[in-house]
Design a protein around this ligand. Structure first.
Ligand code: GSH
Length: 221
């Protein structure tokens, strides 16, 4: 019998986007328990008991399979590869997926945060350059294959997805560099996968993201 998989999370969290993408991409059916991060949590929201008991830092994403709970997106993605028999996103030897997961985790998240939470022009320009540099590196990887680490989607796509979802918003917030053609095509290809369609944002979600960050900028400028 297939064990139930439950994800505690929310669409606004990039770390949740990674895990939600990977689950759907691998065809792993799962329930979502909505736990908005504190920045977007309604004041009267009550954290679910199981989440409080098993997420040590009260962070999403959290996954339950059977009686096992895991948090922290990257270790969680690797654990899911071992734990759930389904189409893998990690090749046997892990190469070059693990190294590229680590690399994009650092480069994309820092650049995205700098644009989304930047409140002065210099910070935003620096972050836009970082994102352009990360895209240039991805563009080089895409020179060999249609996917970031080989002939098919891997966990590296899961790490790129949060930026891909937010890209129109990041452009509106100040990302003014070119997007390499191969990266733009890879974005479209990734968002058209089962995982991409599963995590895709509606126009209302995209508007909410942009509105929230514009308001943050106005408050903190
Ligand atoms: N290293 C963690 C980071 C997870 C994280 O920071 N999640 C945020 C939301 S995006 C969170 O739950 N923060 C606690 C809060 O909002 O109260 C991971 O990769 O999963």
């Amino acid at each position: 019998m297939t064990e139930a998989v439950t994800l505690w999370g929310h669409w606004t969290c990039p770390f949740v986007n990674r895990v939600d993408f990977a689950l759907a991409e691998r065809g792993i059916g799962h329930d979502l328990v909505s736990v908005p991060p504190s920045a977007v949590r309604p004041a009267d929201f009550i954290l679910p008991e199981e989440f409080v008991a098993h997420s040590p830092r009260l962070e999403v994403p959290m996954i339950r399979i059977g009686e096992e709970f895991r948090v922290d997106s990257i270790p969680l993605l690797y654990w899911l590869e071992d734990r759930v028999r389904a189409a893998p996103l990690l090749p046997e030897d892990g190469d070059p997926v693990r190294a590229r997961v680590e690399r994009l985790d650092a480069t994309l998240m820092r650049a995205m945060g700098g644009i989304a939470y930047g409140t002065d022009g210099a910070t935003i320009v620096r972050a836009a350059q970082r994102l352009a540099d990360a895209f240039a590196e991805m563009d080089a990887w895409l020179g060999d294959h249609a996917w970031l680490a080989g002939a098919g989607p891997t966990l590296v796509e899961a790490i790129a997805v949060p930026v891909y979802l937010r890209l129109p918003g990041l452009v509106a917030l100040g990302y003014d560099r070119p997007i390499p053609d191969r990266v733009a095509e890879h974005r479209a290809r990734t968002l058209d996968r089962p995982g991409g369609r599963h995590v895709a944002w509606s126009p209302e979600q995209a508007d909410e993201y942009l509105g929230r960050h514009r308001a943050f900028r106005r408050r903190n400028a």
